[in-house]
Design a protein around this ligand. Sequence first.
Ligand SMILES: [Zn+2]
Length: 285
Amino acid sequence: MEKFTLMLKKLKKLSLLLLLFPCVLLAEIPVKNTPIPGGIAVIDFETNHSNPKAFYNKVPLYLQHIKDQHWQALVGIPLLTKPGKKTITIQDFSTRTFNFEVKKHTYTEQHITLKGKNKKYVNPNLAHMDRINKERPILSNARKLFSDSSLSNGLFTRPVDGITTSPFGLKRFYNGQARRPHTGLDYAGDIGVAIKAPADGKVILAGEFFFNGNAVFLDHGQGLISVYIHMNERLVKQGQYLKQGDAIGTIGQTGRATGPHLHWGIYLNQTVVSPNLLLGTSNEI
Ligand SMILES: [Zn+2]
C-alpha cells in the first residue's frame, strides 16, 4: 500500500511538471538550416514563454524547444519564392519579428511525353475536371491541417529502399507544357513493394484521387505532413495512428504516373519542402 501511495505521489509530481512545462512534450527534429526555395530555414530564438507561437505569411510554424530558453522555428520556403529578405513573426509575451535571407537555388529541368490513355492527364475532359475540382479542397484541407503538438521525434527514415528517379524541385514539362515543379521525391520500385511510415504520425487522409491515385496523408504534428501517392494498395484508414516503420501501402502506378513508383512529399507550414531535409541527407536537395 505504501508503495502504491509513493507511486501516486510520483505520478502527481510528474503530471504537475508536465502541466508547468508543456514544452517538454515537443520532440526535436535535427534539421539543417537550408534557406533556399523548397528548403527549410531553421530560426533560433529565445523565450521564457512555455507555449510560444510563430508565423510566416500568417501560417503557423513548426516550433521545437531545444533547451532552457532556446527554441527553433522551422520555416518551409515555397519553391517559387524569390531570393531575398523574409520575415517571421513570433508571439510570446509580446509580438516580435525575425528576418532571414532566402538564397538562390537552381533546380534541373525534365521533359516528359505522355501518350495514349495517359493523355487525359495533360488536358483532362469536363468529367475529369468535375472530379478534379471536387477533390481539390479535400487534398488542400489535408495539407493545411495544423495540430498543436508534435507526433514524431528525430530524423525520418526512408519509406522505401528504391533508387530516386525524380528529385524534388525538378522543373517539369508534359508534352512541352510547363507544369508545377516536382513537389516530392520519386522512388522507383516494383508494384506491391511495402511503403513504410518514415516517422510516427496519424493518418489524416486515405483515398483514391484523379492525379494522385491511391494516396495517404500522414500528420506528424504542427503542420508537418507527409504524403504517399500513386500507391497500388492502401493499408491504413483515416484516424489511425502509426509508428515509424508501420506499413502504409504498396508501390503502384495509380493516377498520373508513367511507371510504378512512390511519390513522397513533405509539407511544412503548407509548403512543399525537400524530403531529404527530414532524412538528414540535405546535401542531395
Ligand atoms: Zn513525383
